[in-house]
Design a protein around this ligand. Structure first.
Ligand code: SF4
Length: 242
């Protein structure tokens, strides 16, 4: 790549970002991750992979481990995860030889003050997500220009038009799997014999915090089990603000 794309990606104008996206639209997730690992001069530093260690997370984690096992990976431990998710995180870390995985958590004092009984999710899920996910991640992101997500266009209407490289709240957000369908994920997992999240066989096809995640029925959208019965579809990490 050349021309305006010599500038740091996080500082590109929207037109330049569109040009970068055009360059990468047909590229594989492997190629995008390799480029991110190799071109930290272009991105302005490492762009960590933020993983929920949920149902689909294993694909990006496996891809990245094959490129650079020391690449920074962040996990937001909301203190509301399923025990199975925490065990799965530890299993993947060991199995893939990840050497730079960091778990970040909400501030215990703030948690005690704002959610003393751990039930804020029942009356104000947005405030709960903000305190347990968005704020800790924002703090952890202070030293980084952006982050990598596992989002895919097919998942929700909101995600249907997202680009591979996006600007969000002054940060760069990279979505290497944007073009992948559920079948691509399943094929990759199967072809590489990757371990699945232990709750998948129980009908959990999109896995977040335990109180806000339900199993889905056959034929139902995978994310239908997230915040079931509420209008909420995103935790706040992926809602562009300002
Ligand atoms: S997903 Fe539920 S429990 Fe987790 S942070 Fe959001 S509202 Fe709280």
């Amino acid at each position: 790549m050349s021309g305006p794309l010599e500038a740091k990606v996080s500082q590109l104008s929207e037109d330049e970002l569109a040009a970068l996206n055009a360059d990468f639209e047909g590229k594989s997730p492997q190629a995008i991750l390799q480029w991110l690992s190799d071109h930290q001069d272009r991105t302005g530093g490492p762009v960590p992979l933020v993983s929920s260690f949920g149902a689909d997370s294993v694909v990006l984690l496996h891809l990245m481990s094959g490129i650079n096992a020391g690449y920074p990976i962040l996990f937001v431990d909301t203190r509301k995860h399923f025990d199975e998710t925490l065990a799965y995180r530890d299993q993947i870390e060991t199995q893939f030889g990840l050497t730079n995985l960091r778990s970040i958590s909400p501030d215990p004092a703030k948690l005690k003050a704002a959610d003393p009984f751990g039930a804020l999710w029942m009356r104000d899920a947005d405030a709960c997500c903000d305190m347990r996910k968005t704020v800790p991640l924002d703090l952890a992101m202070d030293g980084y220009v952006g982050w990598i997500t596992g989002r895919k266009r097919y998942q929700t209407a909101e995600r249907a038009t997202m680009a591979i490289f996006e600007h969000d709240k002054g940060k760069l957000k990279v979505n290497p799997l944007a073009n992948w369908l559920a079948k691509d994920v399943a094929d990759y997992v199967s072809n590489h014999s990757l371990p699945g999240h232990p709750l998948i066989p129980k009908g959990f096809l999109s896995i977040g915090c335990a109180p806000c995640t339900s199993p889905v029925k056959e034929g139902e959208d995978a994310r239908a089990g997230r915040w079931k019965g509420q209008d909420k579809t995103e935790c706040g990490l992926h809602v562009a603000k300002g």
